[in-house]
Write a protein that binds this ligand. Structure first.
Ligand code: NAD
Ligand code: G6P
Ligand code: MN
Length: 441
């Protein structure tokens, strides 16, 4: 395999160091010539980059170059692949996205409901600009986007770049859930073969098979219902909020036993319970600032102070490995199967063609080839159509600067429903986002 050039956009992200560790562990599967970080926040990026440089020097001597920059031309020239993980408005705006709906009795969440809308309307502009700039310098690079809300960003990118078949929107939640399934079944996660359908952060596993084709679904459901369903990937295993979220997936399976739910469905199926439980002073953004962000920054400071990574454990995480192996499958035409987002076009037969569905697809150097799902039952079809309509209206509202469509999107959304509540949340979010959103009329 010839060695490739990778740019990580959002080099200052809290996920970057984990990706670097995963790139080290995966170097045989995804051999690299160069890694470049790009970010608009030089200081935030440098903190991560200085630690990454030491780690790469010690663990990736084959790498010819490691650079970090805030210059797009330097970052995007001659690259084979880009990972995009930006957060427009940062964690500070995430906190407002979560606090404002809570004030009105609705859930406050990064990618779901009103918070997801707010974040989506901020992300579209930056994401569009970034794709244009990457294409100016590297027209054939594979772009893996996992910037959130991936469902809304993905729809907007399809609209902006309908002919560009080298942009893949991807999420780590299905594989993080599968990691817990694998541990319950005493298997390696990569041995499991999933059947899955839905939208991003809005889907279900209909089957889990092993490599020989044995159906493990009933055994797995039994183990979840009779046991304790918790996260097991090391990045989230000890996080109280993720533990509670995984436990709620067990509840969903008890209430709706047909399929195994994505954890994000809790916000849509139990919006009242979750809205009541949340406190505006300690939303998830605050927990991330005091948790993952602090932990990663302390680790970077430690590595830089010691000038070595010898006393730390350099270990991949499922998030990083998933993105890396998906990129390798695209670039090296490995034809491996990953759950990713694709334009529906009949994959789920009874859903609209223009929906961005999340399904298993074979990743080839011609792009993702999704496996047909067929018709899905009425309950799931109804839920998904409603959610798709809400997300589609957000994207249309952005381009048409339509206040009415935002109001419709929020009223349709299962986390809100009550029309006056939708309007009140929207008006507060407009005020909070005036530096980021277009002006809605
Ligand atoms: P973060 O705020 O720590 O990192 C984001 C970085 O992006 C920051 O360093 C920021 O300066 C930079 N940035 C912002 N706008 C930019 C722009 N226009 N160009 C270049 N850089 C820019 O956030 P985080 O918690 O590490 O998450 C990063 C992103 O990854 C978020 O969008 C998050 O939702 C997403 N994410 C997605 C998945 C998934 O499964 N889809 C999983 C994990 C994280
Ligand atoms: C999962 C999802 C991501 C989301 C992240 C939030 O990994 O797939 O899309 O961004 O969780 O996690 P956090 O710890 O930041 O709340
Ligand atoms: Mn996700």
């Amino acid at each position: 395999m010839d060695r490739k050039n990778l740019v990580i956009v959002g080099g200052g992200s809290t996920y970057t160091l984990g990706i670097v560790m995963s790139l080290i562990e995966e170097k045989a599967n995804f051999p690299l010539k160069s890694i470049t970080f790009y970010d608009i926040d030089a200081e935030r990026q440098e903190k991560i980059a200085k630690a990454a440089a030491i780690m790469l020097e010690e663990h990736y001597p084959e790498l010819e170059q490691f650079n970090y920059t805030t210059d797009k031309a330097a970052a995007f020239k001659n690259i084979d692949t880009a990972f995009i993980q930006i957060r427009t408005g940062g964690l500070a705006m995430r906190e407002l996205d979560e606090q404002i709906p809570i004030k009105h009795g609705a859930i406050g969440q990064e990618t779901s409901g009103a918070g997801g809308m707010a974040y989506g309307l901020r992300s579209i502009k930056d994401m569009t600009e970034l794709i244009r700039d990457i294409r100016q310098y590297s027209k054939d690079a594979w772009i893996l986007n996992y910037t959130n809300p991936a469902a809304i960003v993905g729809l907007a990118l399809k609209r902006e770049f309908p002919e560009d078949n080298r942009i893949l929107n991807i999420c780590d939640m299905p594989i993080a859930i599968m990691k817990s399934y694998a541990d319950l079944l005493d298997k390696d996660v990569w041995e499991l073969v999933p059947e899955y359908f839905g939208l991003n952060h809005f889907g279900w596993f209909s089957k889990i098979l092993d490599e020989e084709g044995n159906d493990l679904t009933q055994e797995l459901k039994g183990k979840i219902i009779n046991g304790d369903f918790i996260p097991t990937d090391k990045e989230i295993a000890n996080d109280e909020s993720w533990i509670q979220t995984f436990r709620k997936a067990r509840q969903m399976l008890i209430d709706f036993p047909e399929f195994l739910p994505n954890t994000y469905l809790q916000y849509y199926l139990y919006p009242d319970d979750l809205a009541k439980k949340e406190s505006p002073d300690n939303t998830r953004a605050r927990q991330v600032i005091n948790g993952r962000e602090k932990r990663v920054h302390e680790l970077c400071d430690h590595i830089v102070a010691q000038q070595t990574t010898k006393d730390i454990h350099v270990e991949s995480d499922i998030h990083g490995v998933y993105m890396i192996r998906a990129a390798a499958s695209l670039i090296f035409n490995l034809k491996e199967t990953f759950i990713v987002m694709v334009e529906n076009n009949g994959v789920i037969a009874n859903l609209p063609n223009d929906a961005l569905v999340e399904v298993p697809a074979m990743l080839t150097n011609n792009g993702p080839k999704a496996f047909a799902v067929g018709d899905i039952p009425t309950f799931y079809k109804g839920l998904i159509e409603n959610q798709h309509a809400s997300e589609k209206l957000i994207v249309e509202a952005y381009y048409e600067k339509s206040y009415t469509k935002l109001q419709q999107a929020m009223t349709l959304n299962r986390t809100i429903v009550h029309a006056p509540k939708a309007k009140a949340i929207l008006d507060d979010l407009i005020e909070a986002n005036k530096d980021y959103w277009p002006e809605f009329k």
